[in-house]
Design a protein around this ligand. Structure first.
Ligand code: C2E
Ligand code: MG
Ligand code: MG
Length: 721
């Protein structure tokens, strides 16, 4: 390239172009490309340097004078056969510009090269891009590293670039595409806009939250790596609803964001199941007490509305059914009842199960008479017996109804009212409906007080009164019946019916009876030691009977007191025995075997079969005073025929009969005539405290010892105990 001068590129600017190949002879003028940072040179068709600017000289490390006219491949032998040489030839061949990146071995650097054809060969622009390429490579390797990390994550994860596009996604993301995005669509490939991809599965509100969260993460200008955004969302997939926890974390200052979508369906389902369980009854699937209270609270909270009602149903005698048929059948029966009740109520109303055999219906929008009508309708649910396998069981329910009133704004309060009404329905007999009235609340309050106090100090305030039992043939005192009373500190002496039913409900009756057995056997043993042999009758509740500690409790009392077993009589009502005759027979036989006597109390008030009753090892039958009154009515023309028939039967079976509740000389005459063995009643002696009884007995003895004769003459009865 000798003879080719280095020329001033200002000539090119004049041409208004930046064609570096335009060579104009204008020696001495400044090279207009001298200050251009990119290196520029020209090669003639033979590949010899025809021009170099200052940047090119600098980059190639040689002066223009040394290079001009020399073939590039000679000056830089490493170019021979290189990509650069080949590209240059191609430009010369087809006259089209080329652009490529080129690693120049001797310098060990990357260059970006652009070759433009021109009439005298080609112009070459090149720049050192080694730094940039390294940056790119670094980024790429970083990306590869991140992708590898993403790949290792079990949750569908994407890396999103600052522009919101997916840079990389892991396998889990593609695999669970249909879950993250329930529509069977590709979840979004690298390059696609992440938010656009997410519209395919996310509901609008969740998508809006995601957009907002992501926008904030991406547009944070300050150094904000580690900033995180969370979103929980659910989506419907072909397999059902799936729940995801999305976590988007900005990972670097360039603003890339890693977004994981963790499938939390199992946890959500477990949590929902737990929440459901907390509010529902396992057995029937109905709302439980706490859910019922919630729903009732919501109903009562509707301002200006007080037209709702709670109907509490308690199945009659269900405990007996459970005990005799077994809990499995009991459970199935409860499910059947739940099903029938649920069918009977109106949509929007609720049936809940409080536990045991108690159900509650929450009825909206009804007044007292409508609620009562609903109660009667619910009773018809029990009209047909329930069938479990081969067994058919008739059931009935006692129903208490409480209607919301303006002053009742509290769910517990209303439920308490329904409970009080149900309790009243129960005590009226089975299969009844009772509407709440404020006096019932008083009764309920009393029951609560009793329950609380019996668990506390009340047991120490119990006292026993003794009522004489008299032989009808000789008029002598045969024994006493122990009757418990509560010496209440404020209310005075309370009869047993004010507290014993509560004690039965709460189970406190068992420790009470245990105490009574100890107290009375000691008392009888003490009297015997003083020469007064009185047979001691103690009332035992059905509850104690079914708890199966009776035999042990009786044995302990007898051992500790030293009372001969035949001096103790246990009184059991016919209903308590009839509830489970087999169990009764077993326990009574054991008691009999150690000499204790057993009496059936209140005979004539239950519906037990005589045959069944008399098959039990009982020694005494106590005829209830209601039967006495009935016998009296019949006896107008025919002296106590009913009574005589019963007594005749007991005689045949070797059972002693006791006539209870003798109040008048006429009644005394009648039971005597009927052939009863023993009698008890106010005419003969009131229940009285132990010391008073002792005085009374002494008085009777000194007056001849015939209570019946004294009573008939109006002289026997002491003051009421
Ligand atoms: P019960 O076992 O049939 O006791 C007889 C009840 O009739 C007693 O009432 C007694 O005071 C009452 N009475 C006695 N003579 C007459 C009379 O001539 N006319 C009338 N109208 N009543 C008379 P009380 O003491 O109120 O006991 C009622 C029931 O409470 C008892 O009936 C018994 O079932 C139960 N009870 C009493 N004490 C106990 C006890 O210690 N344990 C258990 N489990 N129950 C008891
Ligand atoms: Mg009794
Ligand atoms: Mg009785």
């Amino acid at each position: 390239m000798t003879g080719v001068r280095r020329r001033g590129p200002d000539e090119w600017t004049r041409a208004g172009s930046v064609q570096p190949g335009d060579v104009r002879p204008s020696e001495g003028r400044r090279d207009p490309l001298g200050n251009v940072p990119d290196a520029v040179y020209r090669l003639d068709p033979q590949g010899r340097f025809a021009y170099l600017n200052a940047a090119a000289e600098k980059m190639l490390g040689q002066k223009a004078e040394e290079l001009l006219g020399r073939a590039a491949v000679e000056a830089f032998p490493a170019l021979r056969g290189s990509l650069a040489e080949e590209q240059y030839r191609q430009v010369l061949g087809d006259g089209r510009p080329r652009e490529f990146q080129f690693f120049y071995e001797p310098m060990s650097r990357w260059f970006e090269v652009r070759v433009f054809p021109d009439p005298g060969g080609a112009a070459v622009l090149f720049r050192d891009i080694d730094g940039r390429r390294l940056g790119d490579e670094e980024r790429e390797s970083q990306l590869r590293g991140l992708s590898a990390v993403l790949e290792a994550l079990p949750s569908p994860t994407v890396l999103v670039g600052p522009d919101g596009r997916i840079l990389s996604a892991n396998g889990a993301w593609s695999r669970s595409a249909n879950e993250v995005l329930p529509e069977p669509a590709w979840p979004g490939r690298p390059g696609e806009d992440y938010l656009t991809a997410m519209t395919r599965g996310l509901g609008a509100p969740a998508h809006a939250q995601l957009s907002e969260g992501l926008r904030t993460l991406l547009t944070e200008t300050s150094r904000s790596d580690g900033r995180t955004f969370h979103l929980d969302y659910s989506a419907d997939s072909p397999q059902g609803t799936v729940w995801f926890h999305l976590q988007a974390t900005r990972v670097d200052h360039e603003g890339r964001v890693v977004i994981t979508h963790t499938d939390v369906s199992e946890q959500v389902r477990a949590r929902e199941e737990l929440e459901w369980k907390v509010r529902h009854d396992d057995l029937t699937g109905l709302p439980n007490r706490s859910r019922l209270l919630e729903l009732t609270g919501e109903a009562l909270a509707v301002a200006g509305r007080t037209d709702g009602a709670l109907l509490m149903l308690d199945l009659d005698g269900f405990k007996t059914i459970n005990d005799s048929l077994g809990h499995e059948i009991g459970d199935q029966l409860l499910r059947l009842v739940a099903g029938r009740l649920s069918e009977e109520i109106r949509p929007g109303d609720t049936v809940a199960r409080l536990g045991g055999d108690q159900f509650v219906v929450l009825a909206h929008g009804c007044d007292a008479s409508e609620a009562a009508a609903l109660a009667f309708r619910l009773q018809t649910v029990f009209a047909l017996p329930f069938r479990v396998g081969e067994i058919t069981v008739p059931l009935s329910a006692s129903i208490g109804v409480a209607v919301a009133r303006p002053e009742v704004r509290d769910a517990h309060h209303l439920l308490g009212d329904a409970d009080a009404a149900m309790f009243a329905a129960k005590s009226n007999g089975r299969d009844r409906v009772h509407l709440f009235s404020p006096s019932l609340r008083e009764a309920a309050r009393w029951r609560l007080e009793v329950a609380t106090r019996l668990r506390g100090d009340a047991i120490d305030q119990l006292v026993v009164h003794y009522q004489p039992v008299v032989r009808l043939d000789t008029g002598q005192i045969d024994g006493v019946e122990a009757l418990v009373r509560w010496q209440h500190p404020e209310r005075g002496l309370l009869p047993p019916d004010t507290f014993l039913s509560v004690a039965e409900e709460t189970g406190q009756i068992i420790p009470i009876t245990r105490w009574l057995l100890r107290e009375t056997t000691h008392r009888a043993a003490e009297w015997a030691a003083q020469g007064l042999r009185l047979r001691m009758s103690v009332n035992v509740s059905a509850r104690h009977f079914s708890a199966e500690t009776l035999v042990r409790d009786v044995r302990v009392a007898l051992q500790q007191s030293g009372l001969p077993p035949d001096q103790l009589v246990l009184e059991l009502t016919e209903t308590s025995v009839a509830e489970d005759p087999t169990r009764a027979e077993d326990q009574l036989s054991v008691l009999r075997s150690f000499g204790v006597r057993v009496a059936i109390d209140d005979f004539g008030t239950g519906w037990s079969s005589l045959a069944q009753l008399f098959a039990l090892p009982i020694g005494t039958l106590k005829i209830d005073r209601s039967l006495l009154a009935a016998a009296e009515r019949v006896a107008v023309g025919d002296t106590g025929a009913v009574l005589a028939a019963i007594v005749g039967l007991t005689r045949t079976l070797g059972i002693r009969s006791v006539a209870e509740g003798i109040e008048t000389p006429d009644q005394l005459r009648m039971v005597r005539a009927a052939g009863c063995d023993l009698a008890q009643g106010w005419l003969l002696g009131y229940p009285m405290p132990a010391d008073q009884l002792l005085t009374w007995v002494r008085e009777i003895e000194s007056a001849g010892g015939d209570v019946c004769a004294l009573a008939a003459a109006g002289r026997a009865v002491p003051g009421r105990g």
